[in-house]
Design a protein around this ligand. Structure first.
Ligand SMILES: Cc1cc2nc3c(=O)[nH]c(=O)nc-3n(C[C@H](O)[C@H](O)[C@H](O)COP(=O)(O)OP(=O)(O)OC[C@H]3O[C@@H](n4cnc5c(N)ncnc54)[C@H](O)[C@@H]3O)c2cc1C
Ligand code: FES
Length: 341
């Protein structure tokens, strides 16, 4: 069941980023875990657009439900949120989802967070939770931005540092700034494998890692973890975008696909490179979806005939049966593909 939430405050975080603060519904409060996301549904010029945004708030600490949205160049909804949404607006949202969360079952003394740009949102939510609720855990935040001005939540991170100075270790990485030698928290350049390895050099025990940022960040941090510890364990990542390798499309061609949705049959053209979900949405068929990164399963369909393949999945999905496909990353391999959803 979806909710309708009212925007009660909008905070400008940086030149291109705002935080929307929603009031909890009066009757049935929305429950969520730090690190999960809220999916917003907009209708613009008669067309429906659905986008997930991680909570930047933390349950039990922040009274509002908060999401933080950074403009994407030519991005429809991120710019709509920054330019058009106002205090007092009501926005339809899906129930919280996501498995990028703190794992209570493990007891690490040191947890590392690796983020770039808007990737800080779920990290901050989890960090606030750990600092407040897990006094035995040290939190290491490694956060990359262009410069100080473009650093989302810089003041809130500083406030947390003042409150939890012993347990909160911060390193800011700035690509567009000559480093001030007197500031030990500021490092020039990107978070690459070498810098990640330097940071990990200080620690020998078991660690957990949360990564949210571009594919390059994830690769650098994972390879540093592999080099340092000889294995990649307890490494969790959230992807804001599906990363597609052009090589995976070599045997894919534009095809007509049969789709049965809510008892209605459609024939849609799926152009090479586009997923079946994208093709259906372009044909004004309002299939359910949320993450568009092969994570949430909202877009799951059943392959009735033909052959198809999923491209861009970053996590293994043992929960899907042989004929179940996530349409946001599914592409037809043969002519006679029929899908039911
Ligand atoms: C689980 C999850 C959590 C997310 N949390 C946040 C969050 O907390 N804050 C936030 O700002 N965004 C977040 N996102 C991304 C967000 O959902 C949208 O994808 C983003 O705002 C772009 O939407 P749009 O409508 O503006 O762009 P679209 O109109 O959908 O896309 C326009 C162009 O931008 C490219 N693009 C799409 N997404 C991105 C991106 N993230 N970075 C760079 N280029 C992109 C597309 O490939 C396309 O070419 C999250 C995504 C996921 C899957
Ligand atoms: S929309 Fe989330 S898995 Fe496809």
């Amino acid at each position: 069941m979806n909710y309708t939430l009212k925007v009660v405050e909008i905070r400008k975080e940086t030149e291109d980023t705002v935080t929307l603060c929603f009031k909890q519904p009066g009757l049935k409060k929305i429950k969520y875990l730090p690190g999960q996301y809220l999916t917003l549904i907009f209708r613009i010029n008669g067309r429906r657009y659905i986008r997930p945004y991680s909570f930047s708030s933390c349950p039990g600490i922040d009274s509002f439900l908060e999401i933080t949205v950074k403009r994407v160049e030519n991005g429809l909804i991120s710019n709509h949120v920054n330019d058009v949404v106002e205090v007092g607006d009501s926005i339809e949202v899906m129930p919280p989802m996501g498995d990028f969360i703190y794992h209570e079952e493990y007891q690490f003394t040191d947890i590392y967070f690796w983020g770039v740009g808007s990737g800080i949102t779920p990290l901050l939510s989890i960090i606030k939770y750990i600092l407040a609720e897990k006094p035995a855990v040290n939190v290491h935040l490694n956060y990359g931005n262009r410069n100080l001005e473009s650093t989302i939540f810089k003041d809130r991170i500083e406030a947390l540092k003042s409150k939890y100075s012993e347990r909160f270790i911060i390193r800011h990485f700035h690509t567009k700034l000559m480093v001030d030698e007197s500031n030990p928290y500021l490092i020039q350049g990107r978070i690459d494998q070498e810098k990640a390895l330097d940071i990990l050099g200080e620690h020998d025990g078991e660690t957990a890692h949360y990564i949210c940022g571009p594919a390059g960040l994830k690769e650098s941090v994972k390879s540093a973890i592999q080099l340092k510890f000889g294995k990649i364990d307890h490494v969790y990542s959230e992807d804001f975008e599906l990363v597609k390798d052009p090589k995976d499309f070599e045997n894919i061609h534009t095809q007509s696909v049969g789709l049965v949705f809510q008892g209605n049959s459609h024939a849609i053209e799926v152009v090479k490179g586009k997923s079946i979900l994208e093709a259906a949405l372009n044909a004004d068929i309002e299939l359910p979806y949320s993450c568009q990164t092969g994570n949430c399963s909202t877009c799951k369909g059943t392959l009735i005939s033909g052959e198809a393949k999923m491209i861009g999945l970053t996590k293994q999905r043992d929960d899907l049966s042989a004929n179940e496909y996530l349409l946001c990353c599914t592409h037809p391999l043969t002519e006679n593909v029929h899908i039911e959803i």
